[in-house]
Design a protein around this ligand. Structure first.
Ligand code: HMG
Ligand code: MG
Length: 322
């Protein structure tokens, strides 16, 4: 007699399309020891545009002394080739940042706070409530100008200074951001400690409090190798926007141990395997990462990139032709 199958395989309904929100030119480069020339940053963004990424975070309009690596974001914006239909957001911490962004012709900004007081103090010199107060006039002015606003909640699964963070703490910040209002909220695993259980807990707590899945994105760092498992958990919860960084570069200088964003190549490879449409051409993302690797003098840490490193890239990088 055949044995009973105790674990029937059930395939969940996953979203059919997903948005890959590329943070390489911002999160990827802000943690590099070296400040890359504007030319290189521009070329990197242009190669990512050629790869079909629908949203590319180009840089940040923050204090020069806080993040010197991204100090010339104004100039980068002036020189990139913006493709129609592609979003080119930038990080903005205050009104001064918004003014710079408007002058640079930015049509989407991202304000950023955290679920941990201590991290927020270190990162933007403000507590959570103080940061939300700061964002009020930023969001209002952005709305007047028709600028889309994203809100980041960092350290949503753990903080380098405070340790564990509760889903309720994340829920509180998310609602404060939604009240501003913002159009999208990215839930950040800044130091890469989340596991799928944590993702289910946070998303469930948000849904139970009335947050709709369409406004949510996940920003995962692969520090402990759990980022793709967490993406899958997010997909199971109906999340369809994921942040990632070409080659898996990145981290936040104010979050010790925050190496390794989820690599765009790893994310796209998995989504393709799941038959989830992204519009992204994987070999062209590899081409963008290879270009950056040449400039940095080392291979970025992404897993897919490592697997194809010794192979020819099946795209002509210079012409962008297949
Ligand atoms: P502060 O020192 O409290 O502010 O910094 P301040 O208003 O006293 O300004 C200090 C100096 O900065 C002044 O210049 C200002 O003019 C200047 P000084 O008079 O000394 O010459 N300044 C600016 N300059 C250019 N653009 C601006 C701007 N604002 C002030 N917008 C502040 C507060 C928020 C400005 C600062 O702490 C800061 O810029 N922090 C940014 C930190 C940052 O970018 N962190 C990384 C991004 S967050 C992240 O990576 C996490 C994420 O990826 C998600 C995740 O992984 O979880 C998003
Ligand atoms: Mg990050």
């Amino acid at each position: 007699m055949a044995e009973t199958q105790d674990y029937p395989i059930e395939r969940p309904d996953l979203p059919r399309r997903a948005t890959v929100y590329e943070v390489g030119p911002r999160d990827g480069l802000q943690n590099e020891a070296e400040k890359l020339p504007v030319d290189v940053r521009v070329r990197f963004v242009d190669l990512l545009t050629e790869a079909g990424l629908p949203a590319i975070e180009v840089g940040s309009f923050v204090s020069r002394s806080a993040i010197p690596q991204l100090a010339d974001t104004d100039e980068v914006f002036a020189r990139i080739h913006r493709a129609s239909g592609v979003r080119y957001p930038a990080l903005v911490p205050n009104l001064k940042g918004l003014e710079r962004a408007i002058l640079a012709g930015v049509r989407e900004i991202a304000v950023f706070t955290a679920a941990s007081e201590t991290f927020n103090q270190r990162n933007i010199h403000a507590g959570i409530d103080e940061s939300i107060e700061r964002f009020g006039p930023v969001a209002s002015r952005a709305r007047e100008d028709g600028i889309r606003v994203r809100g980041y909640v960092s350290t949503a699964f753990g903080c380098p200074y405070e340790g564990e963070i509760s889903p309720e703490a994340v829920r509180e910040v998310v609602h404060k951001l939604l009240d501003l209002p913002v159009d999208e909220i990215s839930i950040g695993d800044t130091i890469g400690v989340a596991t799928p259980t944590g993702v289910y807990d946070v998303i469930e707590t948000l849904y139970d409090s009335g947050v709709t899945r369409g406004v949510l994105a996940l920003h995962l760092h692969d520090t402990r190798g759990t980022a793709l498992a967490n993406v899958y958990a997010g997909l199971e919860c109906g999340i369809a926007t994921f942040d990632s960084s070409a080659g898996g570069l990145g981290g936040c200088p104010y979050a010790p141990g925050a190496s390794g964003n989820l690599a765009t190549e790893d994310l796209v490879y998995m989504l393709e395997g799941l038959n989830i449409e992204t519009g992204v051409t994987l070999p062209k993302v590899v081409a963008a990462s290879r270009y950056l690797a040449g400039e940095l003098g080392r291979r970025p840490p992404g897993r897919y990139l490592a697997a194809v490193w010794g192979q020819d890239v099946p795209v002509a990088v210079e012409t962008g032709e297949p």
